[in-house]
Design a protein around this ligand. Structure first.
Ligand code: SAH
Length: 446
């Protein structure tokens, strides 16, 4: 390690910046933001007195000889110097910075590859919540109370770990301060256990389609209650130590009942755990997320909902169906294929029009009933349909045809051993479906 990382307190200290280039201006802004009193000089007008009392000096004149002269003078005056773009002449170098004041991440490649440092900065920038600074300030405002309530430092550490990762940390990123303070006081009375449930949409299967917030929840989780539709590639993104429980409700197979899932969710949060209820697609689209939120609400427990890319959107994108393409359709309706046969109360609208796009979840195994109910509601037998199995996933398959033919088209997607989840799109836009192009991950592009 050639450069020692340290954070320098520059409040009310004098910093000398020499030059009138863009680099000089950038340095002037940076140190001003840190509270320094900046002394700016032009290249030819520096005199030894300018270094007196300076904590740091920057040379960014754009001229090699002038820069070198400033560096020598700084060294003579014993003031640490940074020369823009000339690492060999620097006493200290500037890191790439991710700023969530007061949280600061500084990245250095030791001059080896500033571009690599910048790339890494972009990655970290994307991961860190925008409200991280608020979170730190909220914790700062509570420090004295917590110190008074928990004199033992090990207790305090445990408290803060839970507080920052748990309900209050989540709230501090978005909510107002007085509510956080009230909750923290309540938490201090009961001890360091504050749980929360995050009802999280995992998207249609491709891990790249997780939201940043979903990823964050997965990395904070103590326990993950997941559907069987959530693939291992997504569970792999979770915190390694997180307990994983498959609570899938499989058709015609014993499994967890909805009431069991809700009971487990509530019990875990009460125990103080950070619980992620991970559901395929979006939790509020044919996901029973609403019932789970109700169960938590009834108990007065904290929860959040993290939306996900629902199967209709994921599959449509994967096969190139513009769901509301204005040349063909004026609306899109999401339907569940489950329900009774023709004429029974299945919750569908009374009639369908040719300019409507219909997306049927859980419909492949009842394709004949889906077709009959659509014909009975006014759709033509020749209406285009597309069937997408395992949309956005490795085994993605597409079949296209007409509504009349739906049962025959759907049969292979149902019968195949280990067939994946299957979605049906009905309407003029379905004729635009094609298997390509698929999104190629960056490392495959090369
Ligand atoms: N909450 C989920 C839907 C759950 S219901 C969402 O918003 O997507 C389960 C049904 O979703 C499956 O029977 C299937 O119809 C559909 N589905 C989920 N993922 C899918 C995928 N990757 N490809 C095709 N259909 C999918």
């Amino acid at each position: 390690m050639r450069h020692f990382p340290a954070f320098h307190d520059l409040r009310d200290r004098v910093v000398l910046v020499v030059g009138d280039t863009t680099a000089a201006e950038r340095r002037r802004q940076l140190v001003s933001a840190a509270g320094a009193r900046v002394r700016v000089r032009l290249a030819g007008l520096v005199d030894p007195g300018d270094f007196v009392g300076a904590a740091l000096a920057f040379a960014a004149t754009g001229d090699e000889v002038a820069d070198h002269r400033v560096a020598l003078a700084a060294r003579q005056a014993g003031v640490p110097i940074n020369v823009a773009d000339r690492p060999a002449q620097c006493d200290f170098i500037l890191p790439a910075i991710v700023n969530r004041d007061p949280m600061i991440v500084a990245i250095s490649s030791g001059g080896a590859s500033p571009t690599l440092a910048t790339l890494l900065r972009a990655e970290i920038e994307a991961i860190l919540p925008a409200g991280l600074g608020r979170l730190a300030r909220a914790a700062e405002a509570l420090r004295d109370r917590v110190a008074a309530a928990l004199p033992a430092s090990a207790d305090r550490r445990a408290f803060w770990r839970r507080w920052l990762r748990g309900a209050n940390g989540g709230l501090a990123l978005s909510a107002d301060r007085s509510e956080i303070q009230a909750r923290t006081d309540a938490a201090l009375r009961v001890g360091p256990s504050i749980g929360i449930a995050h009802i999280v949409g995992a998207g249609p299967g491709d891990p790249d389609l997780l939201t940043l917030r979903a990823l964050r929840c997965l990395q904070e989780a103590d326990v993950i209650l997941h559907d069987h539709l959530v693939p291992p590639a997504i569970l792999d993104r979770a915190r390694r130590e997180a307990e994983r429980i498959a609570v899938g409700k499989r058709k015609n197979a014993p499994g967890w009942r909805q009431a069991d899932i809700e009971r487990e969710l509530v019990a875990r949060v009460k125990r103080g755990q950070i619980v992620v209820r991970l559901k395929s697609g979006d939790p509020f689209v044919f996901g029973r997320g609403g019932e789970e939120v109700d169960a938590l609400r009834r108990e007065g427990l904290p929860w959040t909902v993290v939306p996900g890319v629902t199967a209709a959107l994921g599959c449509a994108a994967a096969v190139g169906i513009p769901l509301t393409d204005r040349r063909h359709a004026s609306s899109v309706t999401l339907l569940s294929g489950h329900g009774a046969g023709v004429g029974a109360a299945d919750g569908w609208p009374a009639s369908f029009a040719p300019d409507q796009t219909l997306v049927v979840y859980m419909g492949a195994s009842e394709a004949a009933s889906v077709r009959d109910r659509m014909l009975a509601r006014g759709l033509a037998a020749a209406t285009p349909v597309a069937i997408v199995e395992s949309g956005t996933r490795a085994g993605q398959r597409l079949s296209t045809g007409t509504l009349a033919d739906l049962p025959r088209l759907a049969a292979p997607h149902v019968a195949r051993g280990g067939a994946g989840p299957t979605l049906i799109v009905v309407g003029a836009v379905a004729s635009l479906a094609g298997a390509e192009p698929r999104y190629a991950p960056a490392e495959e592009v090369a």
